[in-house]
Design a protein around this ligand. Structure first.
Ligand code: ATP
Length: 324
């Protein structure tokens, strides 16, 4: 893959699935650019179009509209074969053959990918499956299958990794190790795109993300940029002698309010534009300590929904196909 400022880009991309008299508009007018060497996340409800976007990037399906490029090459075009070899992919539902062992599975994928078979055993070690390498996959737990899926995605030292819900089934330690591995890969220049429904695991780890809903990108940027856009309030935890805390009442900047108060501790809610004014007020209040808490990515997601920037889907319709 060529060194390119944008590892991948979508311009006005639409994808329509047709069949049995039904049309599903899975993606609609998607513009997206992921800089090389970054960790980028796709977030969205069930059926938002995340897996469809991955399949378009791999050339497994063709867009109905617009242009998809990876490493500067048009997907499916003349230069794409070479680029494709540099993409590692973990699908949402990876099919594994139960009778094959872990290392046999890896050799199978290595042959498919044209990767060197000597990579297989070290990659299994890297994902913590070294001891289980010769056991049939039949006996693997869900998390072990997911690790095997990750290992096969790493074959051939990909420059771009596409990981569709990679942490499904992983325990908390495995999730931590998985993201540590992604950090190491990113440090070596690999571009990584993950989809996930687990917002808490993304918020401290990704460089940027796109929020998809009903086939459209409704917001994209760093977690901090989305925080600022969502206008969710900050929370400030304060502690000090009760008199110092009580003395704040009636002299807080406009819009700042007590959420909870209990003797030596209190929690304040503060609109972002008032943050510095509040800190100035608190600095002279004789407090012992304060902690400013940013809204979580989950708060941001629901805040954008409340602000009308992301559509709110009723639980039943969230899984329904979007009719064109
Ligand atoms: N092969 C297909 N034929 C018809 N419709 C499809 C096909 N693949 C996906 N769709 C539809 O396209 C829409 C987007 O699906 P997609 O799998 O891309 O969503 P997703 O965001 O990955 O969802 P999830 O979080 O549930 O995995 C959905 O309405 C889905 O039903």
């Amino acid at each position: 893959m060529n060194a390119h400022a944008e590892a991948l880009a979508l311009h006005g991309v639409g994808k329509c699935y047709r069949g049995r008299g039904q049309t599903v508009q899975a993606l609609d007018g998607v513009d997206l650019a992921v800089p090389a060497g970054t960790l980028f996340a796709l977030v969205g409800h069930n059926g938002a179009g995340k897996s469809t976007l991955f399949k378009l990037l791999l050339g497994l399906i063709e867009p109905s509209a617009g242009r998809v490029t990876v490493g500067g090459a048009d997907v499916g075009g003349r230069g794409f074969r070479a680029v494709r070899r540099g993409i590692g992919y973990l699908p949402e539902n990876l099919v594994l053959w139960d009778n094959l062992s872990g290392v046999e599975t890896m050799r199978f994928f290595a042959r498919l990918k044209g990767a060197d078979a000597t990579e297989c055993a070290p990659l299994l070690d890297r994902v913590g499956l070294g001891a289980a390498a010769s056991r049939p996959v039949r006996g693997y737990s869900k998390g072990m299958r997911q690790r095997l899926g990750f290992a096969q995605a790493l074959l051939g030292e990909p420059r771009l990794l596409l990981l569709d819900e990679p942490t499904t089934g992983l325990d908390p330690l495995a999730v931590r190790e998985f993201y540590a591995e992604l950090d190491a890969l990113r440090a070596r220049g690999t571009t990584i795109v993950v989809s996930s429904h687990i917002l808490a695991e993304l918020q401290e780890r990704v460089d940027a993300l796109a929020l998809l809903a009903q086939g459209r990108v409704h917001a994209q940027g760093s977690v901090q940029a989305l925080r600022e856009r969502s206008a969710q309030p900050l929370r400030v935890q304060i502690s000090g002698v009760p008199a110092a805390i009580a003395g704040l009442a009636g002299s807080l900047p406009a819009g700042v309010r007590f959420v909870a108060r209990d003797g030596e501790h209190a929690l304040l809610e503060c609109p972002r534009p008032q943050k510095m004014a509040l800190l100035a007020r608190l600095a002279g209040a004789g407090l012992d300590d304060l902690v400013v808490r940013e809204p979580s990515l989950e708060d941001v997601y629901f805040g954008l929904q409340q602000g009308g920037e992301l559509p709110v889907l009723a639980p039943a319709t969230a899984r329904q196909e979007v009719q064109a």
